[in-house]
Design a protein around this ligand. Structure first.
Ligand code: PSU
Ligand code: MN
Length: 307
């Protein structure tokens, strides 16, 4: 057997060889972003959504020191139930492989491995970005820097609203990462339908997204990502007043507890789930499901669009 990095499932390899649509899915949301047992249920459901949309799902993770693109049932179960899985950003991939550990991949690590395998479309919930206390602690997700030099289309509900959203959008502009709204002129707000901030471009269909990707390739700007902001429907968003109140409390709690580094995002997300009576969880799940369905449609349109 040829030892390639990452290791592709047979199904994903075959689809890519034949130019059929594939959608990458990240695993940190399963292991660190959502409470059990909703996390595992969602992992399976997202794969179903991709299949129903006519594409092949490729969940990405590192298992026992092997980078994987496309997982089977037992491997998905490990992600949803195993204790002690690491959270792996792109810089953690080499250590994880060298030391033989298992971990879930964030947006940065997932995008890297998926693009390396030849997958062009990726769905997640909300991207990481510039944190609100950036001036003092310089916390900015590795997602942004990675997307500046990785040719993949990421369908997301914007960036997580726990972040400094205006600063994150500015950073994406500086990094020359393309950002579009899907059927909206406003950047989505993750749990919220809108962040209140404008986007420069709006797409109306998966076919337009596919044409944009082909244009990036023709121009040689496909060394960086395309971010497709897909808002959670208004009837499924978290109540904005509740969001603002509980988020302020969560940020305060994180500061008091001295939470730093990789632990910040999971801490804040968990705090919101607990203190909104699960309402933030429902909005998060709705966002991820919607993004996954749209990603499948974009992957299908891309496969049908000539270079
Ligand atoms: N989207 C979600 N939930 C999550 C994440 C995204 O709906 O938990 C994860 C992604 O893996 C993203 C990570 O890359 O949070 C960002 O973590 P950090 O801020 O530490 O870079
Ligand atoms: Mn961080």
């Amino acid at each position: 057997m040829v030892n390639t990095v990452p290791r592709l499932s047979a199904e994903v390899r075959e689809a890519l060889d034949q130019g059929r649509p594939v959608v990458a899915l990240e695993s940190t949301i399963i292991s660190h972003g959502l409470p059990r047992p909703d996390n595992l249920r969602l992992a399976f459901e997202l794969e179903e959504i991709v299949r129903d949309g006519g594409a092949v799902p490729a969940t990405v993770a590192v298992l026992d020191g092997v980078a994987r693109v496309g997982l089977g049932k037992e491997e998905l179960e490990r992600l949803g139930t195993e204790d002690g899985l690491r959270k792996l950003g792109v810089r953690d991939l080499a250590p994880a492989l060298a030391l033989g550990v298992s971990g879930a991949t964030t947006v940065s690590a997932t995008a890297h491995l998926a693009a390396r395998a030849g997958v062009r479309v990726f769905a997640t919930g909300g991207l990481g970005g510039v944190h609100r206390d950036w001036v003092s602690d310089q916390d900015e997700s590795a997602d942004l820097g990675l997307l500046a030099h990785t040719g993949i289309t990421v369908v997301c509900a914007g960036v997580k609203s726990i972040l400094d959203v205006p600063a994150t959008l500015q950073r994406l502009e500086t990094l020359s990462v393309a950002v579009v709204g899907y059927r909206t002129a406003e950047f989505p707000g993750f749990y919220l339908t809108t962040s209140g901030l404008p986007v420069d471009w709006t797409l109306q269909s998966p076919e337009q997204a596919a044409r944009l990707m082909r244009a990036q390739e023709a121009l040689g700007t496909d060394h960086s990502a395309l971010i497709v902001g897909n808002p959670v429907p208004p009837e499924q968003q978290l109540d904005p007043a509740l969001h603002d109140r509980v988020l302020a409390e969560a940020l305060d709690a994180a500061r008091r507890a001295g939470v730093t580094g990789q632990a910040v995002t999971p801490f804040l997300l968990a705090h919101l789930v607990e203190h909104t009576g699960g309402a933030s969880l429902r909005a998060n799940l709705a966002a991820v499901r919607g993004n996954t369905a749209l990603a499948a449609r974009i992957a299908v349109a891309y496969a049908a669009t000539p270079a």
